[in-house]
Design a protein around this ligand. Structure first.
Ligand code: GDP
Ligand code: MG
Length: 603
């Protein structure tokens, strides 16, 4: 294979701007699939992707295309569109030399367009600005070109126009890829080194990896080693993904290939596969930035007997979705489970949906929370916290205030593109969410780009939905991590008749203490059924009660309402009641339905 004939690229865009549709057209024109509806969105393979219409996993496809009598190997790496999966975007982009930046000619530049553009710039990638959906009667290519000019200083003459749906302009796009995107600049004569950008599990062949070969060559039967453990492996499987596997004997630097070392061969995203002679040097130690988890939640089996099934399913899914972090967790109410770190809320939803659909595992989720950080006074004062700074993913593990020198919470830079008439409403929403405005810029006469520094905790739960509803769906939102900022935080506990309920402890901003205390106690009053005794609900922080509610005593006997005769009905009701009790957590003899712990923190 001639490296100068390889082009590695991906398609980046705001959600719904047409990535998957374009990928299908590219597969058709290069003869990989036959035109026709039944093949729609070939790269969106997961069931959840089809149902939600979003792309979750980055998938690759290798295409052959002949141009000026030369055959080129075009490696398309499809990327997910949603902000939660920007991690997957970063990974795919690391194997590319260029991107097609799609913009809907009807909608224009959206918040995520801004994010993917800056990502491509940061990685020194060639950007092919491409307007899609020019077939739509309302498409306004000239205006969108002007937006690209004013926001990114893109020359309007370099912007392509296509219709992925109608197949217009696809040939020109492929030729532009060949002309504008450089071939990978690699050295195929030195030792073999490949960077793993994706992994998945195969029942018979073990872990299969998608790797970008940085240097050297590889072939079936070759002895290799992992950078992480240097144990020797034999290359057993090697294939191009078109996107179905096409086995090959060997591959060279610049190529994106599927590689597997058999059932015990291993492989993990971010790791490197090396020739057995490979010697570590500075160049080979460059890796993709580590994943940052933005949201944590507990996952528990619906029934403890399902623990092994769920354990197996989570392990397999975590291998395929390397963006999650998994640690064991347990709760008096929910039993043994796991605490899982996610990139965002959609990521969390997609993960649990995949657990259900692909592994038939039934799981209970606790309310999500963001990670906090504290600087502990005098290192090693507290045994379990070695070092100055501690990340807190579980509010119960927050050290006592007297040991804490500084609290931090995660912040993001939020980008919002909105019609000008909603600037006031959007600004009010962001200020209400403790946002600090940054300079804004005009997109065109109708649209403005606003930016705010926002606490992540105020964004993760329902910010996006609220933004959509106050702007009639016209505003778009994306965020980039801005690291931890100092912030006055306190731990808030919930007591029932004086006893602490572990699961309901939260960390809140001091300015939100009154509000959170009231909201939580009111919601608990609604959710906890009346008991035989009176129940006092208290929200306590810094030794002070911030809110209090009372549930009056009530003798619950569902059978009392029934007239005496129907014995079977009566028995059935008693049995139901007994089963209901099993799903209760008991604190100070107060029975709390299990759902309470999951629903109470939602707004
Ligand atoms: P993705 O989220 O970027 O992968 O977007 P999709 O490829 O799923 O497309 C989103 C929607 O736009 C789908 O309903 C497509 O049929 C539609 N679409 C994509 N390209 C075009 C186009 O060129 N013209 C028109 N009219 N619709 C398109
Ligand atoms: Mg898609």
């Amino acid at each position: 294979i001639d490296v100068t004939k390889i082009r590695n690229f991906s398609i980046v865009a705001h959600v719904d701007h047409g990535k998957s549709t374009l990928a299908d057209r590219l597969l058709e024109i290069t003869g990989v699939i036959k035109p026709g509806k039944e093949h729609a969105q070939v790269l969106d393979q997961l069931q959840v992707e089809r149902e939600r219409g979003i792309t979750v996993k980055a998938v690759t496809a290798s295409l052959n295309y002949t141009y000026n009598n030369e055959t080129y190997l075009l490696n398309l790496i499809d990327t997910p569109g949603h902000v939660d999966f920007s991690n997957e975007v970063v990974r795919s982009v690391s194997a590319c030399q260029g991107v097609i930046m799609l913009v809907d000619a009807n909608e224009g530049v959206q918040a995520q367009t801004v994010a993917v553009h800056s990502l491509a710039k940061k990685n020194n990638l060639v950007i092919i600005p491409t307007l899609n959906k020019v077939d739509l009667p309302k498409a306004d290519p000239d205006n969108v070109k002007a937006q690209l000019k004013s926001l990114f200083n893109i020359n309007p003459d370099t912007v392509l126009s296509i219709s992925a749906k109608k197949g217009w302009g696809i040939k020109e796009l492929l030729e532009t890829i060949i002309e504008r995107i450089p071939h990978p600049n690699v050295d195929s004569t030195s030792e073999f080194r490949a960077h793993i950008i994706d992994t998945w599990h195969d029942k018979y062949r073990g872990v299969l990896c998608l790797g970008y070969i940085h240097t050297g060559k590889v072939q079936i039967g070759q002895t290799v080693k992992w950078r992480s453990d240097s144990k020797q492996q034999i290359v057993k499987y090697l294939a191009l993904l078109k996107p179905t596997e096409e086995p090959i004997e060997k591959a060279v630097a610049g190529q994106v290939v599927m590689v597997g070392c058999g059932p015990r061969g291993g492989g993990a995203v971010g790791d490197q596969l090396l020739s057995k002679e490979f010697v570590e040097n500075v160049e080979s130690s460059t890796t993709i930035p580590p994943i940052k988890h933005m949201v944590y939640a507990g996952i528990f089996p619906a029934d403890q007997s399902q623990h092994p099934v769920l354990n197996d399913a989570i392990k397999k899914l975590a291998l395929n979705d390397s963006a999650v972090s998994v640690t064991a967790d347990s709760s008096p109410a929910l039993g043994q489970g796991w605490r899982i770190g996610f990139l965002g809320l959609l990521h969390l939803e997609v993960f649990t949906q995949r657990l259900l659909q692909e592994y038939k595992a039934e799981a209970i989720l606790t309310a999500p929370s963001v990670p906090y950080k504290v600087r502990v006074k005098g290192a090693k004062i507290i045994k379990q916290y070695r070092g100055d700074e501690v990340i807190i993913t579980n509010p119960l593990l927050l050290p006592d205030p007297q040991h804490i020198a500084e609290y931090y919470e995660p912040f993001v830079i939020g980008t919002i593109i909105t019609p000008v008439e909603y600037i006031g409403a959007v600004t009010a929403l962001c200020i209400d969410r403790r946002g600090e405005p940054l300079p804004s810029s005009a997109v065109d006469e109708r649209m403005t780009m606003l930016q705010f520094i926002l606490p992540l905790s105020e964004v993760v739960i329902d910010f996006h939905d609220t933004l959509k509803s106050i702007t009639s769906g016209f505003a778009s939102f994306d965020y980039q991590d801005d690291g931890f900022h100092p912030s006055p935080l306190v731990r808030m506990d919930i007591l029932l008749n004086g006893q602490l309920v572990d699961e309901l402890t939260t960390i809140v901003h001091v300015s939100r203490l009154d509000y959170s205390a009231r909201r939580l106690t009111e919601k608990l009053k609604e959710m906890i059924p009346r008991q035989m005794v009176q129940v006092a609900i208290q929200a306590v922080a810094l030794g002070k009660v911030y809110a209090r509610e009372t549930i009056k005593a009530y003798r619950k006997d569902v059978t009392a309402k029934l007239y005496g005769g129907d014995v079977t009905r009566r028995k059935k009701l008693l049995k139901q009641q007994a089963e209901g009790k099993k799903k209760m957590r008991s604190v100070a003899n107060i029975k709390i339905p299990r759902d309470t712990f999951i629903d109470v923190l939602k707004r």
